[in-house]
Design a protein around this ligand. Sequence first.
Ligand code: C2E
Ligand code: CA
Ligand code: CA
Length: 640
Amino acid sequence: MGGSLDLHFDIAAMVIMVVILGMLSGKKNIPIKRSYVFIVMCIVQVLVIVCSMGMQICFTSDEYYSGSLSLIFADLYYALDFFTAFIFMYYMVLWSGRSIRTKRLTQVILFIPLIVYAVMIADNFINHNLYKILPGGGFVYSERLEILSGVALYAMIFGICYAIKYVEAMSYGKLTAIALGCAGVVVGLLLQFHINESFFINFVIAISILLLYELAQNPLNILDGNTQVMNRTIMDEMLGLDIEEEKRFELIVLAMDDFKLINKTYGIDMGDVMLRQVADFLGTVSRRGKVFRYGSDQFAVQIKPGSDNLKDVLNNITERFRHPWIYEDNSIHLSATTICISYPDDGSTLGSLIEVLDYTILFAKKKNRGSVIYTKEVDLHAMRKEKAIEKAVEEAIQNDTLEVHYQPIYNTDKGCYTSAEALVRMKDEKLGNISPEIFIPIAERTGKIVKLGTMVFEKVCKFMHEQNIANSTIEYIEVNVSVVQCMREDFVDTILEIMDKYEIRPEQINLEITETAEISALQILQDNVEKLHAKGITFSLDDYGSGYSTLGYIHQFPFHIIKLDKLMVWDAFETERAGTTLKYTVGMIKELNMHIVAEGVETEQQQKRLSTLGCDYLQGWYYSKAVPPEQFASLIKKAS
Ligand code: C2E
Ligand code: CA
Ligand code: CA
């Protein structure tokens, strides 16, 4: 260090630290261990800067130069400065969500440098041997300081590596940013050894701490913007830590019922107000429970044993929902389904708890709306089966093992097969053949149906192209599409691109739609159907009479064909009333100028009667089951 005083960098560093501390004190703190460690890191850094300034003032001033005050500043400076590296390391360990309590080797690897640090710093307090004071002012670093820097560097790298190893708790992006910040500190340290004129290392460290604040500690990234309760990311982190340390807890999840309807009826702003009120209320139901926003219309309250009585909290919540929620002139009744899950009884990892929880929410929404349900009451066997199927679908898509079979459809007028329905088939190594009736709804729930549907459609077009279907009696193929697919903005483009690729004409495709999934974007759905219809592609309303398809749809969409559900067909042969219903249904559809396919035709009697009634097309096992592509190809060749 030269003789002239240059405090610019330290002053700038101090300003940054004061700003960070100001921001921390102004906002709601995140009540987890790493937040307190972060505050300690900031305070230590402020002390480091104070010592650094004191030390420089002393060393450059003749009066204080040899005084004991300068030695106190310098010794304290080094003790605190290198300690920051260990605090950082501990911070990263906490952030990773994995405790080192049970890891012996890690503890040893960690404590050795800490001991080296402690011994060297203690020695320095007695012998002041980390630096050399030059006669006539200023000082130089000793080699020991380089060793200490190496130890600090080791601690920092350890912290980052530990976090990388358990990276699930944080994103790679954040980790990269932190690693870059650390690299900055290291480069700064190396430069500082060579550039003695100005003392900038504290500034570099302050910048890195600011970066860390932005990435990991900024409450704005952790609290939900509307309700000001903690968000899902931090919930996962906090629960993860408790699980890591094997601390028991109960989680109450409050899932609002029909909240979409509230938004629709009263407007989104009012919906937000209601959510705020519910969040505020949940903040009062327990003494020490933590409230999180679990999903868009779901909250979670974490209750630790000993702090609150679960029953009381639940009663409190149920009681509150009996009364309306008031805002300005509005008095709104809300309903919520409450789910209780406990760790470790209902799951030993965060992943398994969330899995059980999400399944229970789904289950409760179907059967126990507005009530309290414990996950213990739910049949988890069904959930495991569903998860296995979900995985099987994923693998089938990835490995391209899905097959499409074709079921011919008989034209009563022409007396031959003029179309066929494409039906997807999935065979899993462990689960065997799985019916689409089972896996399609699961694929719809998980969004996998989009990829699956596109694959099926491409296989159909490819088959039609390769078999030169246009040269047979088969005029078009009926392909099932889920409304989940049809509600996507890119649906029309996807369909047209594939048809273009295999040179399929619009008249050769008929798309079958059933409402098996919830229609959340009716406008997009209607627009897409209109666009494809305008191109010349026809549509069928599938499963008419099954409860999924109602008369309303006939008016909303330009259907060319109505497919009578097999149960409706079968019923017609069971009772007279059902027979009459079928007769008039057929009459009505004909009156509306649409064509009719009767499904589930299994007997000669059915075939005869349905033809007489005026059904244009018949489909069922009486004619053929759905068969593999090769078999279907030879079947139509024979027929033509
Ligand atoms: P769906 O569209 O109503 O298809 C007709 C179902 O009835 C098929 O079952 C077919 O094999 C069966 N079936 C046909 N004739 C008879 C008969 O005479 N008697 C009896 N008992 N059954 C008959 P599958 O193949 O198991 O398909 C079940 C459902 O899965 C389909 O019902 C459709 O909703 C869905 N699905 C199948 N493939 C696809 C697909 O590629 N995409 C989408 N989104 N859904 C599909
Ligand atoms: Ca169908
Ligand atoms: Ca059907």
